[in-house]
Design a protein around this ligand. Structure first.
Ligand SMILES: Cc1cc2nc3c(=O)[nH]c(=O)nc-3n(C[C@H](O)[C@H](O)[C@H](O)COP(=O)(O)O)c2cc1C
Length: 183
């Protein structure tokens, strides 16, 4: 199968070469294009945060969805305090695709690290990643949300806390209902 990652995805974009700019299309735009070129089952990722998103993805021809940001606040998440503080902050209001942390394009919530280093970031992976490591470690050690990579997809505000199983159940709610209704 293929996993199709749209631009809304949190974390690193699935580019093979660090210097390549990833496209700016969401899975909704990409899916029909990809289904036209392959018979393989396609999984979509990037900004899938609600039961409606899951329903839309399956209706559009995906066999499954892949979610990341939707699980970051769950009990099972390994998020540290700095990351959690930034991820839940009401005054940090946008995500951006930036090379500031690693040299590779990745989507994160805009904090001071992004504001300062995005304008000068160079597409040199993994060197940028190594250079920024001590800063990010210091941010994690001091619970400073401004110094860590706040990986998040564009739908991060929809992330729910509680057991991951509850998040799965909520995401699958529309699909389960449809199955129960039967033919
Ligand atoms: C905290 C975090 C870490 C991630 N790490 C990786 C990774 O190491 N390798 C990878 O291929 N994708 C990684 N991703 C991207 C996910 O595989 C997936 O494409 C993305 O989470 C989907 O978008 P969503 O976050 O809006 O659900 C990561 C995403 C997040 C949020």
């Amino acid at each position: 199968m293929l996993c199709l990652q749209g631009t809304d995805a949190g974390g690193h974009r699935g580019t093979h070469l660090a210097e390549i700019e990833p496209n700016g299309s969401g899975w909704r735009d990409l899916l029909s294009e990809v289904l036209n070129t392959t018979d393989l089952p396609v999984v979509v990722a990037g900004g899938v945060m609600t039961a409606q998103d899951v329903k839309d993805a399956l209706a559009a021809g995906a066999v499954a969805v892949q979610c990341g940001s939707a699980f970051l606040l769950t009990d099972e998440s390994g998020m540290n305090d700095a990351y959690r503080a930034g991820f839940t902050a009401s005054d940090l209001t946008e995500t951006v695709v930036t090379r500031a942390f690693s040299g590779r394009p990745a989507r994160a919530i805009r904090n001071e690290f992004v504001a300062r280093f995005d304008p000068v970031a160079v597409p040199v992976y993994p060197i940028v990643n190594q250079l920024t490591k001590p800063l990010r470690a210091a941010g994690a050690a001091t619970s400073d949300r401004e110094l860590v990579s706040l990986w998040a997809g564009t739908g991060w505000r929809h992330a729910q806390s509680g057991p991951a199983a509850d998040v799965v159940a909520a995401l699958a709610a529309e699909v389960a209902e449809r199955r129960l209704e039967g033919p």
